[in-house]
Every structure is written in structure tokens, then in C-alpha cells.
Design a protein around this ligand. Structure first.
Ligand code: ADP
Ligand code: ASP
Ligand code: MG
Length: 406
């Protein structure tokens, strides 16, 4: 007997025909004793459409009500998929996040899973059913519906796989694996047979939307192998695991990613004295705003002021703007600029540790393409450059062809 979790993304369940095709595929591959959980996302562009509905009513952020709205998308697809299984002759039951045992904290719109109780899923397994679980959602202790952030169904899948101690977790999507760059942006991107949790996590955090970062984190934490593969073919895709087992370890750079969900805040003429950075960043942190790249300028000669530039997600701009304007009235900066026409391009690879020249090669590729770098940041296994968002495609292709020559 194997316990297997299979997750199908929005484009894989976009129409009733596609839902039937998913059900047929799961049944075709299922061995008689297998216990199967199928996690699904909302159909096609449903989540985007729900967000547009809310925007037609208000510009404000409504945490709780927004999650109440967004969670309905997945409820449609689980019900239809469970019906599809039954129509094809196999017992099945649909479950919302809560029915499947997911509890989360109260951070609406980007909630974190705090626990999963799989008793009900086991009950249904023992009754011979395929269990269809709504991705992307959970319930707080108070009983409020939450969602896990865009792309969060991946995290539901890996979490339920870990909770069930499943044999593995399969993520079915509209690409046939993880590529060295988004294949929609880089036609020459290469498909990988395998990638480590650490490198995939860094790629996901730096914008590779194929996997929700938190899902990779959970995979690593629980040692759950994740297989990312195509809904539409039977070929194996990419395995995400702790270590390489094949020849692939020879690559120094694994991927080139981009993220356009970035805004730049420049605070000019800040007093050069202890406690200023603390004041700015602790105030933002208290509002749950993640700050990413940070640069502080060197003080010019005897002027006791400096400039500070940092980046945040675009969704946090309205709140950050209010906070920064309030700080400005207390601290009297000489200027405050917020720009959303920026993007971050990054190279990722554990092999860059102890391999000098990777940063130079990245900057060289951008220089040759005539692209200006506004801010640079690094981690042990990545280098990121902030650039003008209109240059993103060009930048990613230039860097990719430097590290993965044809
Ligand atoms: P799903 O709805 O199945 O969750 P997503 O749209 O969230 O699908 O993720 C799949 C998409 O991720 C692909 O169509 C691809 O354009 C994009 N993507 C971004 N970076 C990568 C990458 N490095 N490898 C593969 N796909 C990527
Ligand atoms: N439906 C949600 C979204 O579009 C969650 C997911 O697809 O993973 O972001
Ligand atoms: Mg996704």
C-alpha cells in the first residue's frame, strides 16, 4: 500500500473536461491498495476573478472577508472533482481545508499552517475513498477561514503529505518540471531532472512561481520528496530532494529567476545617528511588512545625513506609504520616493559558494545588455539585482545565456 498526495493546479482543472481528465488519470495510475489524496486549486483564473470582484467594491484590504471570498474558488473544484471520481466508478469525498484538519494562525491572506489532524482523512481512506482536499485554505482557532497566499495549494499538498507520512507528493502543473528559468520568459531554459530543497527554496523565494516557497520549506523540514511534473504527459518531471543523485551536481548555477512584485522605497536625507534604521524597520516589521533588499549610503563628507533604499512587495505599498509618511513627520527626511517600476533578477546555485566570478559574470551580462543595476543583494547561494521592470525579459535572457550557453 502506498499513500500518495497529488496536487493539480488551476490550469489543470480549468474546465469540466479537464476535471474529468484529472479524475481519469488518477484512477488509471492508482493501484488497488493505494490511499490517494488529491489537492486542487481553484479552476483556471477563478482566484484572479474573485480578487477583481473585491476590487470593484473597495481599494482597502479586507483580511478576513477577502479570505472568506477567495476560499470559495477551491470549494468549487473539490466538489466537481469528487463528483467526477464517483461518475467514473470510484468512491470519493471532498473536504475543505478545515474538514481535512488544517489549522492556521490568524494572518489573513498569508496564513501559516499551525497544525494538521489527519484523522478524518484516514477514516475516509479506510472507507475506500479517494479524498479530494481544497488547497490554499485553513481555519483559525477562532473558526475564521484563512488562505495561505497566492500559490498556496502547493503548501497544502506538501503539508498533508507530511501529516499522512505519505510515500511522496506529486505536483502536477502546466509545465513538465522545474526549468533553469521560467520557460515562458526564456525559450532556451533547461529542464532539470532534480534539484535540492535549498536551491528550489531560494528560486521560489526569488520569484520562480512554479512552487510556493513555503511548500519547499515544509518538504525540506519533513524530508518529503516532491515530484513536479506535467498534468498532460506521463513523463517524469523534476524531483526536489535533499541531495543530488545524478550528474546534475556539476552545474554551478541552477537557475535565473525574476520577480516583478517589487517596490522600491527611497528615504533621502535621513539623520546619520544610532537607532534610525531600527526605528524604520521595526515599525514596518510591526505591520508585518517584509523588507527585502536594503542599502544605506555612505555619509557625504561632514554632512550628518544618509540615504536609505529598500524593497518590499507591491501589495504592501499602501500600508508602507502611510507608515513612512508618519515617520517622515517625526524624523523630517528630505525626500521620500516610492517606485513600482522595478524588478529583481537573481541567479541561484549552491555551487557559487567558493566559486568567485559568479557575481562578475552576472553584472557583466547586464552591462553588455546595457541594463543598469540599482541595488544588489546576495545570500550564500544567490545574487540579486534590482533593475528597471521594463528590462526584465532582456535581463533574464542575458544572464541565462551567460551561465547556460547554447
Ligand atoms: P499551477 O496553477 O499548476 O500551480 P503555476 O502557474 O503556479 O501553476 O506554476 C506553473 C508556471 O510556473 C509555469 O507555467 C511557468 O511559466 C512558471 N515558472 C516560473 N519559473 C519556473 C521555472 N523555473 N520552471 C518551471 N516553471 C516556471
Ligand atoms: N488558487 C490560489 C491561487 O490562485 C492558490 C493556488 O492556486 O495555489 O493563488
Ligand atoms: Mg501554483
Amino acid at each position: 500500500m502506498a499513500v500518495i498526495v497529488k496536487k493539480f493546479g488551476g490550469s489543470s482543472v480549468a474546465t469540466p473536461d479537464k476535471i474529468m481528465a484529472v479524475a481519469r488519470r488518477v484512477l488509471r495510475e492508482k493501484k488497488p491498495d493505494d490511499k490517494i489524496v488529491v489537492v486542487v486549486s481553484a479552476m483556471g483564473d477563478t482566484t484572479d476573478d474573485l480578487i477583481s470582484l473585491a476590487k470593484a467594491i473597495t481599494d482597502k484590504t479586507y483580511g478576513r472577508e477577502m479570505d472568506m471570498l477567495l476560499a470559495t474558488g477551491e470549494q468549487v473544484s473539490i466538489a466537481l472533482l469528487a463528483m467526477a471520481f464517483v461518475e467514473l466508478g470510484h468512491e470519493a469525498v471532498s473536504m475543505t481545508g478545515f474538514q481535512a484538519g488544517f489549522t492556521t494562525n490568524e494572518m489573513f491572506n498569508k496564513a501559516k499552517i499551525t497544525g494538521i489532524n489527519t484523522d478524518r482523512i484516514w477514516e475516509e481512506f479506510n472507507a475506500g475513498k479517494i479524498v479530494v482536499v481544497a488547497g490554499f485554505q485553513g481555519l483559525t482557532q477562532r473558526g475564521d477561514i484563512t488562505t495561505l497566499g497566492r500559490g498556496g495549494s502547493d503548501t497544502t499538498a506538501v503539508a498533508v503529505a507530511a501529516g499522512l507520512k505519505a510515500d511522496h507528493c506529486e505536483i502536477y502543473t502546466d509545465v513538465d518540471g522545474i526549468y533553469s528559468s521560467d520557460p515562458r520568459v526564456v525559450p532556451d531554459a533547461r529542464r532539470m531532472k532534480e534539484i535540492t530543497y535549498n536551491e528550489m527554496l531560494e528560486m521560489a523565494r526569488l520569484g520562480a512561481g512554479v512552487m510556493h516557497p513555503r511548500s519547499v520549506e515544509l518538504g525540506k523540514h519533513y524530508g518529503m520528496p516532491i515530484h513536479v511534473r506535467s498534468t498532460f504527459t506521463n513523463e517524469p518531471g523534476t524531483f526536489i530532494r535533499e541531495e543530488y543523485t545524478m550528474e546534475e551536481k556539476e552545474f554551478v548555477i541552477r537557475g535565473v529567476t525574476h520577480d516583478t512584485n517589487v517596490a522600491k522605497i527611497a528615504v533621502l536625507g535621513v539623520p546619520d545617528q544610532p537607532g534610525i534604521a531600527y526605528k524604520i524597520f521595526s515599525t514596518l516589521a510591526a505591520a508585518n511588512i517584509d523588507v527585502d533588499m536594503i542599502v544605506q549610503s555612505v555619509r557625504v563628507m561632514d554632512k550628518h545625513i544618509i540615504d536609505m533604499v529598500f524593497t518590499i512587495a507591491q501589495g504592501d505599498v499602501p500600508q508602507a506609504k502611510k507608515i513612512m509618511e508618519k515617520l517622515n513627520s517625526q524624523m523630517d527626511f528630505s525626500g521620500l520616493k516610492i517606485e513600482e517600476n522595478v524588478a529583481k533578477v537573481s541567479v541561484v546555485g549552491a555551487g557559487m559558494l567558493g566559486n568567485p566570478g559568479i557575481a562578475a559574470a552576472t553584472f557583466g551580462a547586464l552591462a553588455d545588455a546595457g541594463i543598469n543595476i540599482e541595488v544588489i543583494s546576495t545570500s550564500e547561494i544567490s545574487i540579486s539585482c534590482l533593475i528597471d521592470s521594463s528590462k526584465v525579459k532582456e535581463a533574464v535572457n542575458a544572464i541565462h545565456s551567460r551561465f547556460f550557453p547554447a
